[in-house]
Unconditional design. Structure first.
Length: 365
């Protein structure tokens, strides 16, 4: 518990330093670069004093200065990630080919292909204004925006697809490279939105812990991912998607376990527990409530709206969305190979139609 508090404290300090650096860069422009230089001189002087007097230097000062310096340097255009590197170019090219494959799939309705493209590649340009409005009114806009939900489903598909490789150490490393590599490639291909990057970092940290024989707590994963993302791109703090993504995850980390504990534990295990539908419904409701309670204040502040039927939307739409994503990925992959059966195409379209139908009912309530 003490270590959990330590990592939370360090994360708060780094975030505060990053926020201060972003503020200074916006306010002072190019002259803000003097701030970390002055701080570095002061810190070196303090370190020298610490060595001479044998008094330990507080670690919080270094953590805070690290966040501030990264933000100021990034604000002065000194980033080191190029948007024209070969991996990015290959990922964007692959995304373009995937869109072409989707366009060629023989769906009966154009709306199906447009929604499949939006859910798998993040390209919403083909969605009709009516479809967008249905998602907005029903409180399902988060389904359209690529996020941890979509990356998590693809992550689950990859785990299923690599299960045949066995559990030997070589197989574990091969699965690790394949899964993490695929998730990284998909993150880049879909534009590396802050919420997608957050989800990728969660997967990366979890998979790294698994391969090393460790199981980090969700709170630690949250803090480490937040620190990494802030160091990579301090100005992501200004992104609404970043803010909502981490607020939603804060609800899952802090509130969800408490809500789930309200359901009485009958001691069932194995298949019986997996088939306990009332518990599953409560867990889904608890997940929706946890995320909504933490994100609603910011949404209200920005848009002055609140999704009244978010609970109904999540209980009915989320399971179908999972089915849509699984069948869409399978349909796209098999179509790219030229071996996609029409039955799968029809199943994919039926699920898309069911999703839109349910959201239309909810939006009309």
């Amino acid at each position: 518990m003490e270590r959990e508090r330590d990592i939370v404290g360090l994360t708060i300090l780094l975030s505060a330093g990053t926020l201060a650096g972003v503020f200074l860069s916006v306010r002072l422009g190019g002259t803000a670069i003097l701030v970390p230089c002055i701080l570095m001189i002061l810190f070196c002087a303090a370190a020298l004093f610490s060595i001479l007097t044998y008094k330990p230097l507080p670690i919080f000062s270094l953590i805070f200065m690290t966040g501030l310096s990264c933000a100021v340097i990034a604000g002065n255009g000194r980033g080191f990630v190029s948007s024209r590197d070969p991996i990015t170019a290959a990922a964007i090219g692959t995304a373009g080919k995937a869109k072409d494959v989707i366009d060629a799939i023989p769906y009966e309705s154009e709306a199906t292909g447009a929604l499949v493209k939006a859910l798998t590649t993040g390209d919403r340009s083909d969605l009709s204004s009516n479809t967008k409005e249905v998602f907005r009114k029903s409180g399902a806009s988060h389904i359209l925006a690529l996020s941890g939900l979509h990356l998590g489903i693809i992550y689950m598909i990859l785990i299923w697809a690599t299960a045949f490789m066995g559990k030997s150490m070589i197989a574990k490393w091969l699965k690790y490279i394949l899964i993490v590599g695929s998730m990284f490639f998909y993150t880049i291909a879909t534009g590396a939105a802050p919420s997608i990057v957050r989800a990728f970092l969660f997967i990366l940290i979890n998979e790294t812990g698994r391969i090393l024989g460790r199981k980090p707590s969700l709170l630690r994963v949250y803090c480490v991912a937040l620190c990494i993302q802030l160091l990579l791109d301090p100005f992501v703090l200004q992104s609404l998607g970043f803010q909502l993504s981490y607020l939603a995850m804060a609800g899952i980390v802090l509130l969800l376990p408490k809500l789930q504990a309200w359901w009485p534990d009958d001691g069932s295990i194995g298949l019986k527990r997996k088939l306990d539908m009332p518990r599953k419904i409560w867990d889904a409701a608890a997940l929706a409530i946890s995320c909504q309670l933490f994100t609603s204040p910011l949404v209200w502040l920005k848009f002055h709206t609140f999704p009244k039927y978010f609970l109904i939307t999540n209980l009915f739409a989320m399971p179908i969305t999972t089915g849509v994503m699984i069948t869409s990925v399978a349909t796209i992959a098999l179509s790219a190979l030229g071996i996609c059966p029409l039955l799968l195409v029809h199943l994919n379209e039926a699920l898309v139609s069911a999703l839109i139908f349910i959201l239309e009912i909810i939006s009309g309530m």
